[in-house]
Write a protein that binds this ligand. Structure first.
Ligand code: HEM
Length: 197
């Protein structure tokens, strides 16, 4: 995938993502959907996981019943969304957690404070392992969240945010002119490092 080069790629007729890799991902997700559908047909509730795929299938069936698009169309959107989630959620989470662990190893006192917070939440919920914490309890881990946020500030997994200019604009105090239709990249790491004092 080549970010930011979409207009050029369109003009020269090249795809945004490699067709073979995209086909592989589409086939994989289709197989999972088909697997879940078969379970539903056969009445096997054992496999219902209430995960994204189950919720998507519920939504597709509901929308198709309301005749908001054909089932095939909706299923294609579902597959595309799953691919977007996979691409958006994998590398970002992996690199962020790697950096979090790096800082935990470098700063044992921070690690201890995180551990104490998790253990207190486990005690409050009466669970024996952290994985059993409820979503509400996990969301309440304020110090852990602060460590993750600070790590993301130092090492943003996505280096820039892209937008397309909707009207001509001159950046105040500069001679930089943005023309309507231009793609603009906002460099996240630079913004994260601007001194506030
Ligand atoms: C530390 C982890 C993550 C970081 C730093 C991150 C960062 C970003 C950024 C900067 C954008 C672009 C936002 C924009 O242009 O306004 C984005 C979009 C997106 N992210 Fe993440 N992300 C993370 C985790 C995830 C996860 C776990 C998922 C899915 C499971 C995910 C799915 C997506 C999707 C689908 C979009 C596109 C949203 C849209 O176009 O409306 N991301 N993410």
């Amino acid at each position: 995938m080549v970010l930011g080069l979409t207009p050029l790629l369109k003009r020269i007729g090249l795809p945004m993502m490699k067709p073979k890799a995209t086909r592989f991902l589409m086939d994989q997700i289709s197989a999972v959907i088909e697997d879940r559908r078969r379970d539903r047909r056969e009445g096997a509730t054992r496999r219902r996981r209430n995960d994204m795929v189950d919720l998507f299938i519920d939504a597709v069936d509901k929308e198709a019943d309301n005749s908001n698009g054909s089932k095939e169309e909706l299923e294609t959107i579902m597959i595309a969304t799953c691919i977007a989630m996979q691409l958006g959620g994998y590398e970002t989470t992996m690199s962020t957690l790697s950096f979090v662990m790096y800082y935990m190893a470098k700063m044992p006192e921070v690690q201890e404070r995180m551990r104490a917070e998790v253990e207190a939440a486990m005690k409050a919920e009466g669970v024996r392992v952290a994985e059993q914490l409820s979503l509400e309890a996990t969301n309440g881990l304020e110090y852990v969240e602060m460590v993750i946020n600070e790590t993301v500030r130092f090492h943003p997994a996505v280096g820039s945010v892209a937008r397309q200019c909707t009207k001509d604009y001159c950046i105040p105090g500069t001679k930089v002119k943005l023309v309507r239709g231009m793609e603009v990249f906002i460099p996240t790491p630079v913004i994260h490092m601007v001194r506030k004092d």
